[in-house]
Ligand binder design. Structure first.
Ligand code: SF4
Length: 306
């Protein structure tokens, strides 16, 4: 069967609708959907100073590319990429090369910060000293550095490459772990309250699937090597991802249905958890936290880095 809109050969079948699209019509569909997400959830303002959390993977390159296209048309809109190098042998060094190549080609300023310099050790060394799961250690420092460095660089928003699959996984993980408060921080624009110390995260790929994003990155010929973090398979998220993919295969459209249903309940969830999280400054590093000492400083102490 040809493309739904012309006689060309299709490059993708959309899982949610079974619609087939050729290269040209798929790119149009994808870009329109990103712009629709940005407009519907008011993710951008004309004079924003946006940072893009670049990993060197398909999702973050896609969003960096599309936001850069917007920047070209808006005089006072600023964009810069930020990359966190965790120090994961055989993985991050490759994606850093891809990210640098991409930023050079598209003239996007790139700032790189490493765990080694900022936290005091590479992730590989930290993991050799603890039995904690890699992603639970990595995630704490990643969120910490992304927020701190985004604020220091003057970004008022930080765009991430989270797609619909990522969000569906997060929703299910929070359900399975009985973490509704964490779910209240999800959505196309994160955060449950405005706080000058927290840079709000925006997810313009929120309504696009992993498959659609990978197809877009491939068609746009982004320099992605599709390398996977060697720790990814050890995470809880990976099991949830496998489960959701199996379910989606059997019942197409399930991920969309799940995220759409979640969006219906999100305003009430945000409202409910609005007052419970008092934000203060960490006694050690002065970064924003809901506890006396932030998670990053606590973990640094546990790993004898402080
Ligand atoms: Fe860090 Fe886990 Fe992501 Fe690897 S998969 S970069 S360890 S959060």
């Amino acid at each position: 069967m040809p493309c739904k809109n012309c006689k060309e050969k299709p490059v993708i079948t959309l899982t949610n609708s079974n619609v087939k699209l050729c290269r040209v019509h798929f790119i149009k569909y994808f870009e329109r959907k990103v712009m629709h997400t940005i407009g519907k959830y008011k993710l951008l303002d004309k004079e924003d100073n946006v940072g893009v959390a670049l990993s060197g993977g398909k999702d973050s390159m896609t969003i960096a590319y599309l936001l850069n296209e917007i920047r070209k048309k808006r005089k006072n809109f600023k964009l810069q990429a930020i990359l966190i190098d965790e120090g994961i042998k055989g993985y991050r060094s490759k994606t850093v090369i891809d990210a640098k190549k991409f930023c050079k080609e598209h003239k996007i300023p790139l700032k790189i910060f490493s765990y080694k310099k900022e936290i005091g050790s590479t992730l590989d060394i930290m993991l050799s000293k603890t039995h904690k799961k890699p992603c639970s250690v990595c995630g704490v420092f990643r969120r910490y550095l992304l927020n701190m460095k985004s604020r220091e660089l003057g970004f008022n928003k930080l765009a991430t490459g989270h797609n619909l699959d990522d969000e569906a996984q997060s929703i299910l993980m929070n359900q399975l772990r009985s973490n509704p408060e964490v779910s209240a921080r999800l959505g196309p624009i994160t955060g449950i309250q405005d706080n000058k110390d927290f840079v709000r995260r925006i997810k313009p790929l929120y309504l696009l699937t992993e498959k659609e994003t990978a197809t877009y990155a491939f068609l746009r010929k982004f320099p992605v090597t599709f390398t996977e973090c060697p720790n990814a398979k050890q995470g809880y998220r990976d099991d949830v991802r496998t489960l959701l993919n199996q379910f989606e295969k059997k019942y197409p459209g399930s991920k969309h249905a799940m995220v759409n249903a979640f969006l219906e309940t999100l305003p009430a969830l945000k409202q409910h958890f609005q007052d419970t999280s008092e934000i203060r400054s960490c006694k050690i590093c002065q970064e924003p936290t809901s506890k006396e000492i932030c998670q990053a400083c606590t973990l640094q102490q546990e790993l004898h880095l402080k």
